[in-house]
Each structure stands twice: as C-alpha cells, then as structure tokens.
Write a protein of this length. Structure first.
Length: 251
C-alpha cells in the first residue's frame, strides 16, 4: 500500500508513520508533505499513491484547497484536532475522519475500511455523519465543575481566559486571574471547547481569543501574546503554529 502523509506538525507526522508501520510493516510511505503548496506540486507532477492521510489546517492554508485545485481519485483519511470540518471533508473522497490524538484502534479500523472501500460505503458514511453532527452541532462545553475541598464550584468557559499546564497540573485561569485546578490534561480539554474561541499556542497554553490584549512578533518567527488581566508576559506561539494561529485570528 502506497501512502502519502500531508501533515505540518513533525510530531504528529512521525507518530502517524509509526502507528501505520506497527499496523502493517509493508505499508510504503511515499512522502510526508507539510503544506498546501508542496502537496499541489506533488500531485501536479503525477505521483501516484493509493491512500492519503491529510491534516486539514496546514501552515499555508486548509488542505481542502489541494483537492479543489487538482483532481485526486484516491481515498483520503483526514486527521485533525478539530471536528468543525467533518461535513466538508466527506465531500472530497474521504473515507474516514480521525480526531487527534489518533487512537491506534481507530486508525486500524480506518485501514480495514480502506481495504473494503467502495463509493456506496462512502455515501453511507456521509449520511451517518450528517445525522450525527446535526445532534452534536455546537455541542461544546459551557462550564467545568471544579472540586474545591468539599465544595463543587462552577467555572464557565466564557469566563476562562487561559488554560495552563504547569508542574504536572492543569489550571483554568479566569478573567479575574484566579486559578482553578482541574483534573484533566490540555490534550483532553482542547477538543471539548469551541475552536473558534480557543487556540492552543504551545504545549503549555490554550488561550481565549477574547482575552488577547496585544500580539507581537517574537524571536525565530514566533509570536508573543499579552493577555488581559494576566501576569505572564511570556506566552509565545510556537513557530510551527504561528501561521495556523494567524489564520485562526483572521476567520
């Protein structure tokens, strides 16, 4: 099986490669591409693959731009941290849609699905997905219940300016700069909250767009963010997320 990976995060690309080879060591990963521009060049040169794994938000735009500009007649499995693009994904040869971090068992099922792929199966999956998303539309968390001693306290998502991971703890920081310890990781929280409002700028921080006071250019093509009513002046957007962050701001 000849596979192409379109992914702009090295860690995610390497993990996907590792998982694929664990599932089937005979899989041939032809290339890993990190941008819309490079992917367009790859397909325009006539390279042939049997299956494409593609992230959606790439460093220079959405991967949908690739499939709108060149005709691709092979199945695509989308891999992304966001579920807001699911309907659109299934209009471009997609046979599955995996949310990051990718679960090995779900990936294995996707490979099995690919091997038995047919157009009729694709239409059936799209129908099921549409029904599911109608139920789940805008179904993001609106509050977190936090245990404080013997009490249970409510922290509303709309009041959260920053979510911070530090010293093996995760904290919700509200717009009054109060910290609330929560028994969850950033990885588990991120898919629960509205991606139009929150962005994970690095391993340590998720920020609310409404809490941003200033944005500055920073060293090594990074960005520095100042957050309202927050005393940490070193919130830095990781270099590999800077382009995606700018696109997110400009929605």
């Amino acid at each position: 099986m000849r596979v192409l990976i379109i992914e702009d995060e090295n860690r995610s690309a390497n993990r996907l490669r590792k998982l694929l080879l664990e599932i089937n060591p005979t899989i041939e990963i032809i290339q890993t591409i990190d941008s819309v521009r490079s992917a367009l060049s790859f397909f325009q040169k006539g390279h042939k693959v049997e299956l494409v794994f593609s992230d959606i938000q790439l460093s220079d735009g959405l991967s949908f731009e690739i499939f709108e500009k060149v005709k691709i007649d092979v199945p695509i499995i989308f891999t992304t941290a966001y579920d807001e693009y699911a309907i659109r994904a299934f209009k471009v040869n997609s046979i599955d849609y995996l949310l990051k971090p990718i679960d090995p068992e779900e990936l294995k099922r996707s490979i099995i699905k690919f091997k038995s792929f047919s157009k009729n199966d694709q239409l059936a999956d799209l129908s099921k997905l549409v029904d599911l998303l109608k139920v789940q539309e805008n179904d993001y968390k609106t509050r977190f219940m936090i245990k404080v001693g013997e009490r249970i306290k409510t922290v509303y998502v709309s009041d959260i300016s920053v979510i911070l991971s530090v010293d093996k703890g995760t904290y919700l920081i509200d717009n009054k700069n109060s910290r609330h310890l929560i028994d969850s990781s950033l990885d588990s929280i991120y898919p629960m909250i509205d991606p139009n409002k929150f962005f994970r700028i690095n391993r340590k921080y998720i920020i609310n767009i409404d809490s941003i006071a200033e944005i500055y250019s920073w060293k090594n093509s990074r960005l520095k963010i100042l957050v309202k009513n927050h005393d940490d002046d070193m919130m830095i957007v990781a270099r590999d997320k800077a382009a995606e962050f700018k696109s997110w701001l400009d929605r």
